[in-house]
Design a protein around this ligand. Structure first.
Ligand code: AMP
Ligand code: GLY
Length: 423
C-alpha cells in the first residue's frame, strides 16, 4: 500500500516509524515531514492546511490511505475532502472534530449526555463573561473556545488574572478562536490522558499516558506543547481505566452517533482524576504529542491494520497487544522555548543513539542539511526509552540524551517524577 502521513512533529515521526515497519506499507510519504521522518518516508513539501494540494497529491500519487496527525487539518475538513475524492483516510470529519475544535461544543455534549465534567458557561459577550467570573470568584478557568495550539487556557488563581484573560481573548489574542469564551470550575486532582480507537459506537481502548506541559522542572513556568511523557500512567489503575472507558469514552462515542456526527479516528480524553473519580478536562481528536511517542513504542501489534480497521468500521473484533514495559519520552527544545529561540544549530551525536537498544530519537523541529541534523523549531527532539518501569525508562532516556552534543538545546531533567515518586 501507499500511505501518506500528514504533519511534521514528533507525533508524526512516531506514526511514520510505526507505519514504515508494517508489512502492509510499500511506500510511505509524509507531508511535510522533518529531518528524522525523511529516514522513514519520502517527505513532500505540502502544508498540512493546504487541503487542495494534499488531495491532488494523494490522487496523482495513487495513495491508498492517509493518516492525519494534527487537529487543524481535521477541523478544516481534510478527511471529508479526501474521502469525497475516493481516498481512504484516518481521522474524524470536520463536524466530529468539533469535539476538540470547540470546547463549548464538547462541554454541551457532555452535559446533555451526563458525562462528568466541571461546571461551565459559554459567552460571546466579554462583559457577560466578566460578570460571571465576578459572581463565581477565583480560582477559575478561562478558555478560548477554538483551537489555540494548547495555549488558549488560563487557570486563574485570582479574579484579576481571570479578568485579564477574558480581556486578552476579547482583544483577539487568539483571533477567531477566542471570539467565544468558555469559563469553567477549576478541577483538582491528577491529570492523565487515555486513548481509544473509535468508529461510531465501537470502541477499542488503547492505553493511558501522562505528559508534562510546563517548561520548568517541578511542573512550573509557562505551558508548552509538552516537555515529556510516559506510559503507562501509574495513576490510571485498571479500575480507573475501566471507569474512563465506561463513563467517558463509550458515552461520548454514542453521543456523537446520536447527534449525527459519528466519530471515526483516535479519541484522546484528557481527564482529571479527583475525589469524585475521572472528569473530562478536554477531548482531542488525534494522538497526543508527546504521548504518541510513548504509546507506539509499547505497541507490539502492527499499527497500520488497526488504523485501517478504524476507518473501515471493523474494530469490533480487533485486538492489540502491548508491551508491559514502560516508555518515557524527554523532549529537547531550543534554549528560550516557549519564548524566543534560535533555529539553525547543529545536533551532533544522534548516530550514537541508533546503536542503543530500545531508545528512539523522534524528531520534531529538525531538517537535514548535507547529512547534518539542523534545528528548525522550538521542540526539536523527543528521546524515548523503554524500561521495566518508569524509573528505568527515565534513566535510559537521560543516558541517551547525555550522549548528544547540542549546546543550544535543553530539556527538563525530571520527566516522570510523579510516577517515580508514587511507586
Ligand atoms: P485543555 O486544553 O482544555 O485541556 O486545557 C489545558 C490544560 O489546562 C489542561 O491540561 C489542564 O492542566 C488545565 N485545565 C483545563 N481545564 C481545567 C479545569 N476545568 N480545571 C483545572 N485545570 C484545567
Ligand atoms: N500533549 C498534549 C496534547 O497533545 O494535546
Amino acid at each position: 500500500m501507499k500511505i501518506l502521513v500528514v504533519g511534521s512533529g514528533g507525533r508524526e515521526h512516531a506514526l511514520c516509524w510505526a507505519i514504515a515497519a508494517s508489512p502492509l506499507c510499500d511506500t510511505l510519504y509524509c507531508a511535510p515531514g522533518n529531518g528524522g521522518i525523511s529516514r522513514e518516508a519520502v517527505c513532500v513539501p505540502i502544508d498540512p492546511l493546504d487541503i487542495d494540494a494534499l488531495v491532488n497529491f494523494a490522487k496523482s500519487t495513487g495513495i491508498d490511505f492517509v493518516v492525519v496527525g494534527p487537529e487543524a487539518p481535521l477541523a478544516a475538513g481534510l478527511v471529508d475532502r479526501l474521502e469525497a475524492s475516493g481516498i481512504a483516510a484516518f481521522g474524524p470529519s470536520a463536524k466530529a472534530a468539533q469535539l476538540e475544535a470547540s470546547k463549548g461544543f464538547a462541554r454541551d455534549l457532555c452535559q446533555r449526555y451526563g458525562i462528568p465534567g466541571p461546571d461551565y458557561a459559554r459567552f460571546t459577550e466579554p462583559a457577560a463573561a466578566l460578570n460571571y467570573i465576578r459572581n463565581r470568584g477565583a480560582p477559575i478557568v478561562v478558555k478560548a473556545d477554538g483551537l489555540a495550539a494548547g495555549k488558549g487556557v488560563t487557570v486563574a488563581a485570582s479574579l484579576a488574572e481571570a479578568e485579564a484573560a477574558v480581556v486578552a481573548l476579547a482583544e483577539g489574542q487568539f483571533g477567531q478562536a477566542g471570539s467565544e469564551i468558555v469559563i469553567e470550575e477549576l478541577l483538582r486532582g491528577e491529570e492523565a490522558s487515555f486513548f481509544a480507537l473509535v468508529n461510531g459506537d465501537t470502541v477499542l481502548p488503547l492505553v493511558g499516558a501522562q505528559d508534562h506541559k510546563a517548561v520548568g522542572e517541578g511542573d512550573i513556568g509557562p505551558n508548552t506543547g509538552g516537555m515529556g511523557s510516559y506510559s503507562p500512567a501509574p495513576v490510571l489503575t485498571e479500575h480507573l481505566e475501566q471507569r474512563i472507558i465506561e463513563e467517558i469514552i463509550v458515552p461520548v462515542a454514542r453521543a456523537m452517533v446520536e447527534e449525527g456526527h459519528s466519530y471515526k479516528g483516535v479519541l484522546y480524553a484528557g481527564v482529571m482524576i479527583g475525589d469524585e473519580g475521572p472528569k473530562v478536562l478536554e477531548f482531542n481528536v488525534r494522538f497526543g504529542d508527546p504521548e504518541c511517542q510513548v504509546l507506539l513504542p509499547r505497541l507490539m501489534s502492527d499499527l497500520l491494520p488497526a488504523l485501517i480497521a478504524t476507518r473501515d468500521g471493523e474494530l469490533a473484533h480487533f485486538d492489540l497487544r502491548w508491551l508491559p514495559s514502560a516508555a518515557l519520552c524527554v523532549v529537547m527544545a531550543a534554549k528560550g522555548y516557549p519564548g524566543d529561540y534560535e533555529k539553525g544549530s547543529e545536533i551532533k551525536g544522534l548516530q550514537k543513539l541508533d546503536d542503543m537498544d530500545d531508545v528512539i530519537a523522534f524528531h520534531a523541529g529538525t531538517r537535514l542539511e548535507e547529512g547534518k541534523v539542523i534545528t528548525a523549531g522550538g521542540r526539536v527532539l523527543g528521546v524515548t526509552a523503554l524500561g521495566g518501569d518508569v524509573a528505568e525508562a527515565q534513566a535510559r532516556a537521560y543516558q541517551a540524551i547525555d550522549m548528544l552534543d547540542w549546546p543550544s538545546g535543553f530539556c527538563r531533567r525530571d520527566i516522570g517524577w510523579r510516577a517515580i515518586s508514587s511507586s
